[in-house]
Structures are given as structure tokens and as C-alpha cells.
Design a protein. Structure first.
Length: 192
């Protein structure tokens, strides 16, 4: 089927908090530990800057480019800001206010894969798809679980961001649907 997500595809990830929590985006240089590259937040538009909200799906288990992505696969998300925005990564603790709501780690991009163990590996879980054959498709809703230290948490939006042009800050959380607000739900859209 033509709408199956495949390794090598370029996507936007729209957060579903209150129906539209913004698009996963790189924004400004990261202040995290060694190897951090850009801060990550959401933006109101899919591409706030040149590729800031475009992500390439890369296999974490040596699947070839063009192979379909299956629910439960381990993936990397490579940002395409200026064609090399780094890999989505956890780096350092979530802020105090985020921790008070289950937050675990701050999210940024890293210069390369696996900056610290599995810090840039994400397990993708499809909430539902049609047909129900285990494959992930465009327009599906997914959750992304970080595998760092076997408990990296679910990718989510958590509090407004102070970055210029940003909407919400992004961290990982212990809860899969904190406050039943869909903050950890992301819709996969094709990058145009």
C-alpha cells in the first residue's frame, strides 16, 4: 500500500494535545550535556525554518531503506534542519515543573546516533491502523518510547516553550497519556 511508512521517509510529527499541540521542531542551540546539538519544542507550522520540523525515519535494527516500519520497531529520528539537525535524543533531566507532572528527561538533538547508550533510540507504537497488519502508516497516531536506560519515557509536550517561534516544550514522561490529554500522541504526516 502506498501510505505505509518506510525507512528513509521524511515526515512531520504533529502533537495531538488539545487537537493540535504543534509540530516537532528544532529551535536554537541546546544547552544540554556533551553531544547536544539543538533544542526541541513544537512549532505552530510544520517547517518553521529550513527543515526544522522535518524528520527522516532511520532504522535502529539495520532494516534497509524502503522497508516498511512496523509497530514496535526501534527507530532513530534524524532532523533535517540544513540537512543535518542531528538525532532526536534525551539529554539531562526534565525541568522541575515537568518532573512534577511525571517528566523524566529533556529532549534535544544529538550530533550522532547513540550519544549515550540508547539515548537516541525510540520504540514506535502505533495506536491503531487500517488494516491491522502491524504496519505504521501516514496519518496514524503513534507514541514514541525512548529506550535510554530501559526507561527513557514517552515523547510528549509539557508546558509552554520560551524559545522564539515555539509553542510547547518537549520532554519524556513516565505516563503514556498524562492527564488523558493526548500530550504523548503524535500524528505522522508526510513532509512536503
Amino acid at each position: 500500500m502506498a501510505n505505509e511508512l518506510r525507512y528513509g521517509d521524511r515526515i512531520h510529527l504533529q502533537n495531538l494535545y488539545q487537537g493540535d499541540g504543534g509540530y516537532l521542531d528544532t529551535n536554537g542551540h541546546a544547552s544540554g550535556g556533551g553531544g547536544a546539538r539543538y533544542q526541541v519544542s513544537t512549532a505552530t507550522v510544520p517547517n518553521r525554518g529550513d527543515g526544522t520540523g522535518t524528520w527522516e525515519i532511520v532504522s535502529g535494527s539495520c532494516q534497509s531503506t524502503g522497508s516498511p516500519v512496523k509497530s514496535g520497531d526501534i527507530i532513530y529520528l534524524r532532523n533535517l534542519y540544513q540537512n543535518d539537525g542531528g538525532y532526536l535524543d534525551v539529554n539531562g533531566a526534565a525541568s522541575t515543573s515537568q518532573k512534577n507532572a511525571g517528566g523524566i528527561y529533556d529532549v534535544s538533538t544529538a550530533w550522532g546516533k547513540d550519544r549515550d547508550g540508547n539515548s537516541s533510540r525510540w520504540q514506535i507504537f502505533d495506536v491503531s491502523s487500517s488494516p491491522q497488519d502491524g504496519l505504521v502508516r501516514f496519518n496514524d497516531t503513534v507514541q514514541l518510547w525512548n529506550t535510554y536506560a530501559n526507561r527513557g519515557g514517552f515523547l510528549e509536550t509539557n508546558h509552554e516553550s520560551s524559545a522564539s517561534g515555539a509553542r510547547y516544550d518537549v520532554d519524556t514522561n513516565a505516563y503514556s497519556n498524562r492527564s488523558n490529554s493526548n500530550v504523548a500522541f503524535w500524528k505522522i504526516l508526510p513532509a512536503t
